[in-house]
Design a protein around this ligand. Structure first.
Ligand SMILES: NC(=O)CC[C@H](N)C(=O)O
Length: 436
């Protein structure tokens, strides 16, 4: 069989190829010489598989796509408070290189615009690092996200540094507000080196997949940054990643994303996929023209919009029935699928209908594949209240999907591997049901 996904990617690339609108970034002379016809796209699944079509192994500079990753490094190196004290998380609705700070605090509005990203660069690695050691930390961190060692394009770096007046102006302004405490020139130099790291579409897809995979690289298995940091970074990407086009992007595409002026674009869909595209011509916001079209296609073709309401998740309560009769009667609530808050609420409703006469109750988790923390607490609370009302409660949980099944506070559950073990408690005694 021919592989399905690369064929699909190649077809979508053909569809956008005709669009030659937009301009290469002119303010960094080296970028203005890039081949404007380059075009590539890749999907990296959280399971580790990578699919690509077009120029997936061409190297180009990461530019602003480094911002969310270095933000993640700064948050994991310093913790949330010191970073949030210096850089906000509010969408600015402004261009990426806008010279703007919050009027009351002097903080840059968010870490995705240059003012925020320059500040964040100074927060990567331990306090007091030399500028060179800080760039090392950034390079090592970006490489960990990509799952391979990355390097700096010295020509692009030098070219941007020669024309860095605007970023220098931003850094001096940050220094005057004491948001930056180091030499502004050294920080801008480090930030520009960070932007000049060479990546391929394949690398970027893997970096995005590492975010989508809760911060663990699908390639190396390494936990690059903590899970809570990832949630925070993806939220900021969702609201600020596309600068003054962020609102359009959130409604049309609905994937946390980040663009760079060399023409790269990434999206990370939590739990599913990292996507990357490359095409150097940019729109007025500095986002790749064909990249935006590709993401619009991917989102609508594959239903990747984050706000897409999932096809009515199958009912969590598969059945609610009685087996046996008389005092031996067992009420069985058979659950299925993944149980979250709304699913557990359905179980609460069903549990309220259990008649006092039905002394024995089984929550059958045989077909449940996951229980999140709030659902765990609610199901155990159901068990506890049923115990207090005089019921005997069984948890049918052959694969131990219920973590720590202790209802506490006067509640008690007997854990068995099969409904039959609850239906015929004497047989259970022989098999020795686990008790929680
Ligand atoms: N949007 C971008 O990719 C901008 C990054 C570029 N290095 C700059 O600071 O101007």
């Amino acid at each position: 069989m021919r592989p399905i996904i690369p064929d699909y990617l190649a077809e979508v690339l053909r569809d956008v190829e005709r669009d030659t609108s937009g301009e290469r970034a002119g303010y960094i002379p080296e970028l203005a010489t890039a081949d404007p016809e380059r075009l590539g796209a890749a999907f990296a699944m959280t399971g580790g598989e990578v699919y690509g079509a077009g120029d997936v192994d061409t190297e180009f500079t990461i530019q602003s796509i480094s911002k969310p990753f270095v933000y993640a490094l700064a948050l994991s190196d310093h913790g949330f408070d010191p970073v949030l004290a210096r850089v906000g998380v509010e969408p600015s609705g402004e261009a990426f290189n806008e010279i703007s700070l919050e009027s009351d605090t002097g903080r840059p509005r968010n870490p995705m615009i240059n003012a925020g990203a320059i500040t964040v660069h100074s927060l990567a690695g331990a306090d007091g690092l030399s500028p060179t050691a800080r760039v090392e930390r950034v390079l090592e961190g970006l490489s960990a996200f990509a799952g391979r060692p990355l390097r700096v394009d010295e020509a692009v770096c030098a070219s941007e540094m020669e024309h860095a007046h605007r970023n220098l102006a931003i850094a001096h302004m940050l220094r005057s507000h004491n948001i930056l405490t180091e030499d502004p020139r050294a920080v801008v130099d480090g930030y520009i080196r960070q932007c000049s790291v060479l990546v391929t579409v394949r690398d970027l897809a893997m970096m995005a997949a590492t975010l989508a995979n809760r911060g663990r690289s699908p390639l190396s298995g390494r936990q690059v940054v903590p899970e809570l940091v990832v949630r925070h970074v993806l939220s900021v990407m969702f609201s600020c990643g596309m600068y003054d086009a962020a609102g359009d992007w959130a409604t049309q595409v609905g994937i946390p994303a980040k663009s760079g002026v060399a023409g790269g674009l990434i999206g990370a869909l939590p739990g599913q996929i990292g996507i990357a595209t490359f095409s150097p011509r940019l729109d007025v916001h500095g986002n790749s023209v064909r990249g935006v079209s590709l993401f619009e296609r991917f989102s609508s073709d594959m239903g990747l919009h984050l706000m897409e309401i999932p096809a009515a998740a199958r009912a969590v309560v598969r059945s609610n029935h009685a087996v046996g009769s008389g005092t031996n009667m067992l009420r069985v609530l058979q659950l299925q699928g993944g149980v979250g808050f709304a699913g557990a609420e359905r179980v609460v409703q069903e549990a309220m209908t259990i008649a006092p006469a039905e002394v024995r109750v089984a929550l059958d988790l045989t077909r449940v594949n996951s229980i999140d923390d709030v659902a765990r607490r609610m199901l155990l609370e159901i068990a506890r209240r049923l115990t207090l009302d005089g019921h005997t409660v069984y948890l049918v949980d052959p694969e131990s999907v219920m973590p720590d099944p202790d209802p506490g506070d006067g509640g008690r559950v007997t854990i068995v591997d099969h409904v039959d073990d609850a239906a015929h408690p004497h047989a259970t005694a022989k098999k020795g049901g686990r008790s929680g």
